[in-house]
Design a protein around this ligand. Structure first.
Ligand SMILES: Cc1cc2nc3c(=O)[nH]c(=O)nc-3n(C[C@H](O)[C@H](O)[C@H](O)COP(=O)(O)O)c2cc1C
Length: 139
């Protein structure tokens, strides 16, 4: 069964480019094997990740993620069955707060800071819908 899980977390410490490279490298390698796709946003010290794939595979990954000391305050924001994937081309895409993406983050925020913890399910879904169409991705 194909599902989508969206969660947020806070960086446990200031993460540098090497940390991000390590997270993305492991994600792309493992997710490809596990048939998981998705995207990871990092803005203002908050991660927002949407994972798509087989229910058991995504659950197993989420349990692994909970043990990762690079982030804390992990909270599931949305979990649902989906008819198809959205991020078909991405074993894990990364979206950061570069200038070109700032307006996108702001568009879905009620305050000046992007705060996924306070976003409704509908807003989160619209955000990720747009993420696929109009962002500057980091390789
Ligand atoms: C915010 C965040 C997102 C992550 N996303 C993934 C992911 O999508 N897939 C993955 O395999 N690991 C992800 N990781 C890394 C895992 O927690 C873990 O370090 C990694 O899967 C271990 O892989 P390895 O055993 O191949 O080194 C993420 C870590 C963080 C902090």
């Amino acid at each position: 069964m194909l599902i989508q899980l969206t969660y947020a977390s806070r960086t446990a410490r200031a993460l540098g480019p090497a940390d991000i490279k390590d997270i993305l490298g492991a994600s792309q390698r493992n997710n490809l094997k596990a048939g998981i796709t998705g995207s990871l946003c990092l803005n203002n010290g908050i991660f927002l990740q949407q994972l798509e794939g087989d229910r058991a595979a995504v659950n197993a990954l989420y349990h692994r993620l909970l043990k990762d000391i690079r982030h804390r305050d992990t909270a599931v924001l949305d979990f649902c069955e989906i008819p198809h994937r959205r991020f078909t081309g991405w074993s894990m895409g990364l979206l950061t707060s570069v200038e070109a993406n700032r307006q996108l983050f702001l568009k879905y925020s009620s305050s000046a800071d992007f705060d996924p913890y306070s976003m409704s399910t509908a807003t989160l879904r619209s955000f990720f819908e747009e993420v696929m169409q109009n962002v500057r991705w980091l390789e």
